[in-house]
Ligand binder design. Structure first.
Ligand code: FPP
Length: 254
């Protein structure tokens, strides 16, 4: 039998948490946070209100992931393709990290969370970059949950970037293509310091990968959740982990 999660603090875990197998918590959870626009539309609100509410969900899920002992939480915040959205929506999403970190950085620090990013962040507006740099700097020694924002991230662009840097390495070191291995490709990806995701969740009922971590999810468990991202909460995350725990992972073996 598996050991059950113990209560860390009074009321920290609700009944539903207690059923989780403590030795089988996914180490790395990656989430495609989808459905902000539909959430807003259902309420006859502008799309940006959905993104604002989505940011509130990021706060809740970060706290929940940290409490549950997840080690890496990677959130698909803005893709390399999202620049084609209306300008006001792009500007609003770009300002969300500023808002998020202004209101939430103290709590991240208090919870020992380390903020990191993957993606081509050098193309972000200066104010966004400044807020992210500040958060990275102030959390750099934290040893708890790694909260990884995939921002201006795209899996194909990441692979192109990786291939280019491998080509440069081979040329500089006078090596042939024989030197290329899976490990070498891994090392040149933006995710090189993280394990592959154990669990990939996409909210809003859509069943697509949308260019997210396309190399890294080769053996991840996929879970398509019906909730719109602003409605996703700790209970739902726990349900997703329970489903994950009920699956048999074979990694190509028997
Ligand atoms: C997809 O929903 C969502 C995005 C492209 C933006 C995601 C951003 C957040 C959840 C907030 C980020 C928070 C921080 C802390 C930076 P959609 O707009 O495609 O929804 P729809 O499919 O219903 O239109």
């Amino acid at each position: 039998m598996f050991k059950k999660l113990k209560k860390k603090k009074e009321n920290q875990y609700k009944q539903s948490d207690i059923d989780l197998e403590v030795h089988n918590i996914p180490e790395h959870v990656a989430i495609i946070m989808d459905g902000n626009g539909r959430w807003a539309k259902q309420r006859k609100l502008p799309r940006i209100k959905g993104h604002y509410q989505g940011m509130q969900t990021v706060k809740k899920i970060t706290k929940a992931a940290s409490d549950l002992g997840i080690k890496y939480l990677t959130l698909y915040t803005f893709s390399t393709e999202n620049w084609t959205r209306p300008k006001n929506e792009v500007n609003y999403i770009m300002n969300l990290p500023v808002n998020f970190l202004r209101t939430f950085l103290p709590e991240l620090i208090e919870n020992n969370v380390k903020v990191e990013t993957i993606g081509f962040i050098e193309h972000l507006p200066t104010s966004t970059l400044k807020a992210i740099d500040k958060a990275k700097e102030e959390t750099k020694n934290n040893t708890g949950l790694k909260l990884v924002f995939a921002i201006n991230y795209g899996g194909r662009a990441e692979i192109v970037h990786s291939v280019k840097s491998i080509y440069d390495k081979l040329t500089a070191e006078g090596l042939t293509s024989e030197a290329i291995t899976e490990e070498m490709i891994n090392e040149h990806l933006m995710t090189h310091c993280y394990p592959d995701p154990d669990l990939l969740i996409r909210t809003s009922g859509e069943q697509r990968i949308s260019n997210f971590l396309i190399w890294q999810v080769s053996y991840s468990e996929f879970l398509f959740n019906e909730k719109l991202w602003p409605d996703f909460d700790k209970e739902e995350l726990i349900n997703c982990i329970k489903i994950y725990q009920s699956r048999q992972r074979r990694f190509g073996g028997l």
